[in-house]
Design a protein around this ligand. Structure first.
Ligand code: UT7
Length: 331
């Protein structure tokens, strides 16, 4: 099939759980301070899913909002992809639960796993399906319930993460349309798989008491090493996106980076010589929501007017795997 089509964003949505956990709250149970967390990460508070909430329930809420914004009935959705590293269960996919919740029964539904880079990886898949004409309407959702996979006694990781979901409805349009997804670039390096991981092996060793006692079913991270790699990879892959589209940073209206650490984002912006006023930030409110971070950011930027018609936005991500990527969207 030839590429006679492209993908445009037709609707956006997000959902954040109501419960707020502040740094001050964490001071009560951990050897940490509000000052340390704020200065080292930029995070002030994060959202925590309530009992009964999960990646699928939050994803369905964000997805419903994106469908309503795009004026598309669940019956007209051709595919649902959920990007998550905190799925409801090992299988079936979280996307199948979302499909049921949305009553979108004329579609296929599956999950992808690229952790914090998941949404840009998902965007690259959606781009292909829409470009080649296979589908017309795709719902791409990032949803994470990180609060259930962090060790709340490990101050070096638990302070970083939060829960939430974001969604984009992507639509097929003619190739001549100047708007839409202009590019995606994605990469992985499995040699760096130990940097951030949940080491407890479900398929490798089976769930076992020793691994539970050793807290191996929670996120482990080499923070310092990840930090350095994250800055370099995110900067390089954003530069690649700019070169591919023959764009200069001045022509970019908004940079929407993965919200892992304020200092990573500052360092990337500095290397790109890009002003922080044009960088979307919500890490202070939500912390790192992994695969949900980019679509939550896009939805908030769109609804608050920080993305205007005619603007060009660049997305940049890095996450466990190691995985990293970028995308360019013309609005
Ligand atoms: O989303 C995927 C990508 N994820 C990331 O990119 C995360 C990247 N890494 C980071 O964001 C940072 O490395 C952290 C925020 C995790 C850590 O910040 P850091 O500036 O790299 O601190 P560090 O690990 O070098 O630790 C410095 C000190 C240590 O104490 P000593 O050994 O110097 O006495 C830590 O024990 O800070 C201590 N520390 C804390 N102190 C108070 C670590 N966590 C905390 C804490 N509160 N929560």
């Amino acid at each position: 099939m030839t590429n006679t089509f492209k993908a445009v964003v037709a609707g956006t949505g997000s959902y954040l759980p109501e419960k707020i956990l502040t740094n001050k709250d964490l001071e009560k149970s951990l050897d940490t301070t509000d000052v340390w967390i704020t200065e080292r990460t930029g995070i002030s508070e994060r959202r925590i899913a309530a009992d009964g909430e999960s990646a699928s329930t939050m994803a369905a809420k964000a997805g419903k909002q994106a469908l309503e914004a795009g004026g598309i009935s669940p019956d007209d959705v051709d595919l649902i992809i959920v990007c998550t590293s905190s799925p409801d269960v090992l299988f079936p996919s979280t996307a199948c639960f979302v499909q049921n919740e949305l009553q979108a029964f004329n579609c296929a539904a599956y999950d992808i796993s690229a952790v914090c880079s998941g949404f840009v990886f998902g965007l690259s898949i959606v781009e292909q399906y829409l470009k080649n004409g296979r589908y017309e309407n795709i719902l791409l959702i990032g949803s994470e319930v990180n609060s259930r996979i962090v060790d709340w006694t490990d101050r070096s990781t638990c302070i970083l993460f939060g829960d939430g979901a974001g969604a984009l409805l992507l639509k097929r349009v003619e190739q001549e349309n100047p708007l839409g997804i202009l590019s995606t670039h994605i990469y992985s390096d499995g040699r760096l798989s130990d940097l951030i991981c949940v080491p407890g092996g479900i398929g490798r060793t089976g769930v076992n008491k020793q691994d539970i006692d050793d807290k191996k079913y929670f996120i482990k991270m080499s923070g310092n090493a990840t930090f350095k790699v994250a800055v370099k990879r995110m900067t390089d892959v954003i530069r690649e996106a700019l070169e591919f589209n023959e764009l200069s940073m001045e022509e970019v209206g908004l940079l929407v980076p993965h919200q892992a650490n304020q200092r990573i984002i500052n360092a990337v912006a500095e290397r790109l010589n890009y002003p922080m006023e044009k960088v979307f930030m919500n890490i202070h409110k939500y912390g790192n929501t992994s695969g949900a971070s980019i679509p939550i950011g896009i939805n908030e930027a769109k609804r608050s007017g920080r993305i205007q018609p005619g603007d060009t936005s660049v997305l940049g991500v890095v996450g466990a795997g190691l995985t990293w990527g970028s995308a360019v969207i013309k609005w």
